[in-house]
Design a protein. Structure first.
Length: 299
């Protein structure tokens, strides 16, 4: 296990009729790898996991496995409404050739602590592949606390935590509790530099889909201890990164990506294209970012 670096949570591309566009999804992932990202996470929130049928999810994973060709790890989101469904999907995704998983709590139900632990243990037990736990209590209303993670540390193939609680103290508390037992990934775009400073070694990112070179440069500068240079990129990036932490993040990220020539903004209903002030805000933000795009230092 050596996961680290920038892992975009890539978008799933659709035709105008909302059918899967696997070739476009493949092209975007290859482009991301060419721009220097370290791994790929498919079927996360940005990949519209919950909007895909079971066979479509496997088709996306198989297509991306083919496109990546072993150049980088491919992780799949596990976002199901039941534990049994999550176990079934993990087995099918392993057969499709993924290298690991980013697992969410069971959707639509705010599980109790003991139920949350059992859910993740069951998914881990259904596969021999490594598992990243995605902690986002704001979005999913289940808090995977330091105490629960300490309990899950006994499961060998639960190896990583995507920390998206927006509480900076969580990273330090987790390291103080279990040392380097878990690989910690920053899970919120507009909190990444703080997370890296506190001990995260990776970043699961949404806006990297639109601006991968800047994301990779900022990450590498931070890991090299070149904080002033990393901060300069972060301050330029921040208006865009804020788009990752609002309810319409998928539409925002897809629109941002489309505006810079990386895919389309088509989402599956009930998500609809941004309109009015919300759309104008994203367009203005992207235009300002492109007009002031930083010259990236050599890292």
């Amino acid at each position: 296990m050596s996961w680290s670096g920038v892992y975009p949570a890539v978008t799933t591309q659709f035709h105008s009729d909302e059918s899967l566009d696997l070739e476009a999804t493949q092209r975007l992932v290859v482009q991301q790898l060419d721009d220097g990202v370290d791994g790929i996470i498919a079927l996360g929130t940005c990949g519209e996991n919950a909007s895909l049928a079971a066979d479509e999810k496997i088709a996306v994973l198989a297509a991306l496995r083919e496109a990546i060709g072993g150049r980088a790890p491919l992780l799949s989101g596990v976002a199901e409404t039941t534990t049994t469904g999550a176990m079934r999907f993990a087995k099918a995704a392993e057969h499709a050739g993924v290298d690991g998983f980013m697992a969410l709590p069971g959707l639509t139900y705010s599980s109790q602590p003991h139920e949350t632990v059992q859910h993740f243990k069951a998914i881990a037990g259904a596969t021999g592949l490594p598992l990243m736990i995605y902690n986002n209590p704001i979005a999913y209303h289940v808090d995977i606390t330091v105490e629960l993670l300490a309990e899950l540390a006994a499961v060998p193939n639960i190896v990583s935590v995507k920390e998206a609680s927006e509480d900076a103290r969580r990273i330090t508390d987790l390291i103080n509790r279990v040392g380097d037992r878990f690989i910690i990934f920053a899970g919120v775009d507009d909190f990444v530099l703080e997370a890296l400073m506190l001990g995260a070694v990776g970043w699961v990112s949404g806006l990297t889909s639109a601006f991968p070179r800047e994301a990779v440069a900022m990450y590498r500068l931070a890991r090299a201890g070149r904080w002033e240079e990393a901060r300069a990129i972060y301050r330029w990036f921040m208006p865009l990164l804020h788009l990752d932490s609002i309810p319409t993040l998928v539409q925002c990220i897809k629109l941002t990506s489309a505006l810079v020539g990386r895919g389309t903004e088509v989402t599956r209903a009930p998500r609809l294209p941004l309109i009015g002030a919300a759309r104008a805000h994203v367009v203005r933000t992207v235009e300002a970012a492109v007009a002031n795009r930083p010259v990236l230092p050599r890292v």
